[in-house]
Design a protein around this ligand. Structure first.
Ligand code: C2E
Ligand code: CA
Ligand code: CA
Length: 421
């Protein structure tokens, strides 16, 4: 059947929708009426299934790129919504590799079962061959599935064995260069691979949902170390001048987890830390994933007094709507703009514009990735309140962080010895 792919299809009773052996180009969602799926013709027809409203059919040939394994016709007058091969393929390519692999196996088994029951031999197809001898695409899928499963299992073991550690990077009030606080950055002390950066494992943790458990660990660790960090700050008036804060990176999965605000509240109560000393850092893409649940969780956290920072500002969707609807208290300008600021007038203008925007709505800006004193000075002149970057200090373990706080002297130019990230 040919049809307009942009419209619903009305198929009168008896219409052939597709025939066995044809290439599959569309699947169909049934909004009303019933269709039947069958093998053979005329008297020797074998009906495999009858499908009705709320169901989809014709998806198999698209999922595994094989010809139609059966025919379909309308049993009643039907209204169908076609879903094109491109629409399905796109969704499939965005899917988790393990799920994609499972889907391929289920499809192949289904076709084999049908072939056995009907006494037909299944046509050879890449989906049926073991992935190790299949097409490069199937092989890549298989490798990706293995990699995801292995890293995920290793991460779980790392949680059990206590292989994670928090590093801390100073955030500085520009001008006098006093210590305003720190950002907690996770590291994985892998038994064979040494220190693994979060860029390698946080994306896997996000995909598998394991990030929720990692955040729970980060928060319990923050509860353990934050009193010590704050005390060190209070003991050195030349460093901070006022109580410091700690920034923690959280993911969209955390915000979607209904117990998240309660979990943070419980950690703060247990440790006696005032919520004002904790800041949650979230990226723009995290906010876009599930804006409604993110808003609920962030409002609860903000109402209790915590700060909320937008991380990597300017690199994500930069939808300004969340600045008016969400309780944002800080913008962190991405390192990309800071890095190019001294050579590219355009990047400098972008920073200036972000500073003006933040000023208008009354929230401070942290410039990320400051590596040179010239950058720090230029940003201070532009009115940027806070800075963070290797110029002030690399992320460092707790002991070095405490030593840094004790030795910090805001009246001196930064002569911070930096530890390895
Ligand atoms: P981020 O939140 O944007 O963190 C800043 C990153 O920039 C850190 O990388 C930091 O080491 C690096 N950085 C800081 N100053 C400079 C500089 O002057 N120059 C350069 N080139 N880089 C600088 P890191 O620690 O590897 O973290 C990477 C990302 O991993 C973080 O980006 C954050 O998105 C994520 N992440 C880190 N810790 C956690 C965590 O505990 N939970 C979650 N969910 N994500 C985390
Ligand atoms: Ca961050
Ligand atoms: Ca950032």
């Amino acid at each position: 059947m040919t049809h307009d792919p942009y419209a619903h299809i009305t198929a009168p009773a008896g219409t052939m929708l597709f025939e066995e052996g044809e290439p599959g180009d569309f699947a169909y969602l049934i909004t009303s009426g019933r269709i039947e799926i069958f093998l053979g013709r005329g008297e020797s027809r074998t009906v495999l299934a009858v499908r009705g409203p709320g169901e989809i059919f014709g998806e198999m040939a698209i999922l595994d790129s094989d010809p139609r394994s059966a025919s379909a016709r309308a049993l009643e007058d039907c209204v169908l919504v076609p879903v094109s091969e491109a629409q399905i393929r796109h969704r499939l390519s965005e899917t988790d590799p393990v799920l994609r692999l499972c889907l391929g196996v289920v499809m192949a088994r289904y076709r084999e079962t049908v072939a056995r029951l009907t006494g037909r031999a299944p046509a050879p197809s890449p989906a049926r061959a073991p992935a190790t001898s299949a097409s490069p695409a199937a092989r890549a899928d298989f490798d990706a599935a293995i990699a995801a499963v292995v890293v995920e299992r290793e991460l779980r073991r790392a949680l059990d064995r206590g292989e994670f550690e928090l590093f801390f990077q100073p955030i500085v009030r520009l001008g006098p260069d006093t210590l305003a606080g720190f950002e907690a950055l996770i590291r994985w002390r892998h038994p064979e691979r040494g220190v693994v950066a979060p860029g390698v494992f946080i994306p896997v943790a996000e995909e598998s949902g394991l990030v929720v458990e990692i955040t729970a660990w980060v928060l319990s660790e923050v509860g353990r170390v934050l009193p010590e960090i704050m005390l060190a700050g209070l003991q050195n008036p030349r460093a901070a001048g006022e109580p410091m804060f700690l920034s923690v990176n959280i993911s969209g999965h955390d915000l979607a987890n209904a117990s998240f605000p309660g979990m943070i509240g419980e950690m703060l109560r247990r440790t006696g830390i005032a919520p004002e000393h904790l800041k949650l850092e979230i990226t723009e893409s995290t906010l876009m994933r599930d804006p409604a649940s993110a808003a609920d969780a962030l409002n609860l956290c903000r109402e209790s007094g915590m700060g909320i920072a937008i991380d990597d500002f300017g690199t994500g969707y930069s939808s300004l709507s969340y600045l008016s609807t969400l309780p944002i208290t800080t913008l962190k300008v991405d390192r990309a703009f800071v890095r190019a600021m001294l050579t590219e007038p355009r990047d400098r203008k972008i920073i200036q514009t972000i500073l003006r925007l933040a000023d208008e709505i009354g929230i401070p800006v942290v410039a990320e990735g400051i590596e040179e004193s010239a950058e720090a000075e230029a940003l201070a002149r532009m009115g940027c309140a806070y800075g963070q970057g290797y110029h002030f200090g690399r992320p460092a373990p707790l002991a070095e962080t405490l030593a840094l706080i004790r030795a910090w002297n805001a009246s001196q130019a930064p002569a911070r010895s930096a530890s390895a990230a």
